[in-house]
Design a protein around this ligand. Structure first.
Ligand code: ZN
Length: 172
């Protein structure tokens, strides 16, 4: 089986879990602050008002044990992850709650999921990206998130830091 076929096979399970996790974030997360709302629009999020952010001690990633095993096998579960975006829901680890660079990075993934036509399409593209060379984090979606977040926050710093982006590093 090709790795792309593996991603296609795993998609229904990953999507069911991700939809549940997105719903949890949307039900109990906080809307973006005005500054983050502006960043969201600059990185290309169309429906920025729909985004909700949950700050938690432990990220809901990569989910239940069966999905965790699958994610490790698919190389979708980097051990040092501190934030994850699932649809319009963004989850940040509590010690990274003030990390504007991380939030900007996750907002680029929100924009990507809109652009690709929704959570299911994004998940598939992201899984394929992680499964095929060059893999995480060098694939196109992850590279774009790194680059765009960096550019937007660098521009903020040039404009006296609308989001106090210089308070934290931009390497995520
Ligand atoms: Zn990312």
């Amino acid at each position: 089986m090709t790795r792309t076929a593996l991603a296609t096979l795993a998609l229904p399970f990953a999507h069911a879990w991700a939809s549940h996790v997105e719903a949890r974030a949307l039900a109990s997360g906080a809307p973006l602050e005005p500054c983050a709302l502006a960043v969201a629009r600059r990185v290309g999020v169309v429906h920025a008002h729909r985004v909700r952010v949950r700050v938690v001690a432990e990220l809901p990633w990569p989910g239940p044990l069966w999905l965790r095993a699958l994610a490790i096998r698919l190389r979708l579960a980097p051990p040092d992850i501190v934030g994850v975006s699932i649809g319009y829901g963004i989850w940040l680890r509590a010690d990274q709650a003030a990390n504007h660079a991380l939030l900007a990075h996750e907002l680029v993934h929100v924009a990507q999921h809109e652009r690709l036509g929704g959570l299911r399409s994004f998940l598939h593209a992201y899984m394929v990206e992680c499964l095929t060379e060059p893999g995480y984090p060098a694939g196109p979606l992850e590279s774009e998130a790194l680059r765009v977040a960096h550019e937007v926050l660098a521009a903020d710093r040039d404009r006296a830091g609308a989001c106090r982006a210089d308070a934290v590093g931009v390497d995520v």
